[in-house]
Ligand binder design. Structure first.
Ligand SMILES: Cc1ncc(COP(=O)(O)O)c(C=O)c1O
Length: 280
């Protein structure tokens, strides 16, 4: 597998693959940088890979990777499958899955679907599914074959399902479809534009320019604000949540999530609270 790493979650993706016994080549980027399609192209010219696995939205750095361009170039490598971790953006950042050759894309319900955690949602292409059928190695819980086969035969999941969450998922899917792909994408884009504008007015944005996330803004702490204390005070005084930077970026940056059911107004209420607490 080829895994470009540019933050905590892409590093985790490489780690997970290695723990599953895969041979992994990494392309390492600085945290905050985006994956470059031409680097993937160069790697594919030098080596054959079964899969390229990429994080669409690097939640640790607020970078939105150019998944569309990577998928487009993978169209020339039909034996290399494209696996995308879209955990912190699917439902808040539109992507044409089949149009960009994505074989498997997965997310979790607790991010842009605005639901409790506990369900993973993914799609698999016919070709990738066929490849799984050829192997014995698919995991009991993670494999597609067992899920789909059991569902086809019995109309059930193959392990005990989280029924309350599935019912909540059905409701939320109705709600998301009513809002519509375009309107949902627009609302998230407007929130991202607002958050980025605010970040640049008071601080700076952390990600490489042109690759900022549509669902989480990572703000570079250029004013040396005490991030941990501000997070705590905003929570206590305003009952609102934002996050310190991820891992080693914890004081160097902070992150504002703008996904799910949020609106520009609710994000503005948060930034007003941060301004108040931090004395901006
Ligand atoms: C991009 C990305 N991948 C993976 C994960 C891990 O998800 P979980 O906490 O459900 O293991 C997260 C969680 O924030 C994420 O943002």
């Amino acid at each position: 597998m080829l895994v470009p790493t540019s933050g905590a979650f892409s590093e985790r993706q490489a780690d997970v693959a290695e723990r599953l016994g895969k041979t992994v080549d990494r392309i390492d980027y600085e945290w905050g940088e985006a994956v470059k399609p031409e680097d993937i192209h160069d790697a594919l010219e030098n080596e054959e890979y079964d899969a390229v696995a990429t994080v669409m939205n690097e939640t640790s750095t607020g970078v939105r990777n150019p998944i569309e361009a990577i998928g487009d170039l993978l169209g020339d490598y039909p034996d290399t499958y494209f696996v995308v971790d879209a955990i912190s953006c699917l439902g808040g950042d539109r992507i044409d899955i089949e149009g960009h050759n994505i074989d498997c894309i997965f997310t979790s319900t607790q991010k842009a679907f605005a639901m409790p955690p506990g369900l993973a949602v993914c799609t698999v292409s016919e070709a990738a599914y066929e490849r799984e059928l050829e192997t014995d190695s698919a995991s009991w819980y993670g494999g597609f074959r067992r899920c789909l086969d059991y569902y086809d035969r019995k109309g059930q999941t193959h392990s005990t399902p989280a029924i309350p969450l599935m019912l909540a998922y059905r409701e939320q899917m109705k709600h998301m479809l009513e809002e519509g792909h375009e309107a949902r994408d627009r609302r998230h884009r407007e929130m991202a534009e607002y958050a980025r504008g605010w970040a640049r007015e008071h601080f700076d944005t952390f990600p490489e320019e042109g690759y900022e996330s549509q669902t989480v803004t990572c703000v570079e702490n250029t004013r040396d604000v005490d991030v941990a204390a501000t997070v705590e005070a905003v929570s206590e005084e305003y009952d609102m949540v934002f996050s310190s930077g991820y891992g080693r970026l914890s004081e160097a940056s902070f992150r504002i999530g703008h996904m799910g059911e949020h609106t520009v107004e609710s994000i503005r209420a948060l930034t007003d609270a941060i301004e108040d607490v931090a004395g901006l």
